[in-house]
Design a protein around this ligand. Structure first.
Ligand SMILES: [Zn+2]
Length: 94
């Protein structure tokens, strides 16, 4: 059985432990399936969280603009309340 060294974990593994990849010399990816999976998992959750955060920030900005325009008398109170909630949310973290 032909073996190949994974570029990430540096372990010599059987070729079947690597995903196939037509563009590489031996027809397999440089990372083993396990490392590839770890990488994708980390990468996807990072991108997902970042997108979610951005979407929330955009939504909040939109809502605040509407409140400022249509309900200027409560705008300051809303901002104050948001800051309080933010402070509560970060409490106990770290
Ligand atoms: Zn590996």
């Amino acid at each position: 059985m032909k073996k190949k060294k994974c570029s990430t974990c540096k372990i010599l593994k059987e070729l079947k432990k690597f995903h196939k990849c037509k563009s590489s010399a031996d027809g397999h990816q440089y990372q083993c399936i396990k490392c590839r999976k770890d990488y994708d998992g980390k990468h996807n959750s990072y991108v997902y969280n970042r997108e979610k955060k951005n979407a929330n920030a955009r939504l909040q900005t939109k809502i605040l603009k509407i409140i400022k325009r249509d309900y200027p008398e409560v705008y300051d109170k809303v901002i104050k309340r948001i800051n309080e909630l933010k402070a509560e949310a970060t409490d106990g973290q770290d």
